[in-house]
Write a protein that binds this ligand. Sequence first.
Ligand SMILES: [Zn+2]
Length: 416
Amino acid sequence: MGRRLASAIWTLRRQAAGLALLSLAVAAMAWISPSRGAEAPGAVKVRFGGDQAATRLVIESPNPLQSKLGDAAGQSLQFSFSGLSLDDDLDGSGRGLVRSWTLKRVAGTVRLSLDLTRQATVKRRFLLPPADGIDVYRYVVDIEGAGVVGAPAPSPALAPARARPAPAPEQASNTLADVVQIAESLHARLTRKVIVIDAGHGGHDPGAMGSRAREKDVTFAAAKTLKARLERTGKFKIVLTRDSDVFVPLENRVEIARKAGADLFISLHADVGADPSVHGATVYTLSDQGVDRAARGATDSGSFLNVKLPGRDQSVKQILLDLTQRNTRNRSGAFAETLIDALGRRTDLVSRSHRDAGYVVLLAPDVPAVLLEMGFITNRQDESALMDPVRRGRLMDSVEQAIETYFADGPKLAMR
Ligand SMILES: [Zn+2]
C-alpha cells in the first residue's frame, strides 16, 4: 500500500471523524445524562465490557475491597469479597462471557457469582483507587474464554467508550459512522501506532538528584531502551522528544507529540522523596484542574494547546472539545490501568499508584498521555535499579507489554 492511500484514508478519517463527532454531539444534547441522576451516590455498581473472547467486569464501590477466588464449578465463577458493603442483594444480566451475576451477603462477606456462557478463567484482578475524575474505587476482573487463541481485530472506538448506543438523529449519520469505522480499521492496519516517548528533563535541567544518579540520565537511558523494545515489535513508530542531553521546554514536548499525531504519549521521570525509605513507581494522568487548563488553551488560538475545530458556533465547539477531552482522558485512564497492571507484576508500586496531576506534558487535549515516575531516585534500591541497565530493561519490558496490551485489547475492553 502506498503512502498516498494511507494519507488519503487518514484525511477521510479526519473529516468523517469531525462530522461523526458533530452528530454525536447533537445526540448528546438530546439526552443530557438522564441515568446519572437516577443512581444513588455511593451505591455499589457492576458494569461489563468486552465480548465472548474476553470480558471485563468492574465493581464500583465507595470503599476499597478485596476478593478471594472460590473454586470454579463448571460454567460459573465465585468470588468472596471483603470491604464491599451492600444494603440489598443485587443481580443482573452480564455481557460477553457472563450470562448473569449475583451479589449476595453471606456470613459477613459478599459473594459474587458469575454464570458463564462457556468455560472461562480469571486472567487478572486489581483494584483502582479513585482517580482521573472518578470518585469511587473500581475493582476490575478480566475473564478470558477457554481455548481462545488471539482476539479478534480490535475496532477502534471513535466515540467515548462509555457512550451507549445513542439514538441516531438521522439515518445518514449511521452510514457515516460505518464509513468512519471502515476507514478507521483500514487506517489501523495500514499504519503503525505512533508512540511518543518523553525522557524527562535534560541539558541544564538535571531533574532530581540521587546520591549517584541524575534523573535526566536515567530517563534518557530508559527512553532509549523503551524505543528499542517497541521498535523490535514492528508495530510502532517511535518519536523521542529528545535524542540527546539537551533541554527541551515542556510546551515543545507537547507540540512534538501533537505534530507526530501521537496515539500515546509517555513521559518518563524519577521521583524524589524527603523520606529515603519511600520507593516504588507511580503513574500519573491529568487532573481535573489540568483538564480545565487544557480546555482554556484549546480554544486560545495563540496557545500550544489550541485545537482546530470545525465550524464557528462556539457552543458546538465547546461540546466537540468536551468530547475530545473526555475521549482522551478515557484512553489515558485505560492505558494507566493497563500500565499499573503490567508494572505490578514485577515492580513495587507506591500505595496509591494512579494519581492525577496538572503536569504540563499531560495537557494536550487530543493525545492520550501518562507520566510514569519509574521509582524514587532518593531511595537506595530504586536508584540502583534505575541505574542498572538490566533492571531498567525489565521495567521497560513491562511498559512495552502494557503498550502492546493497550493497543491489542484497549479499545475492546476500555470502559468506564
Ligand atoms: Zn522529573
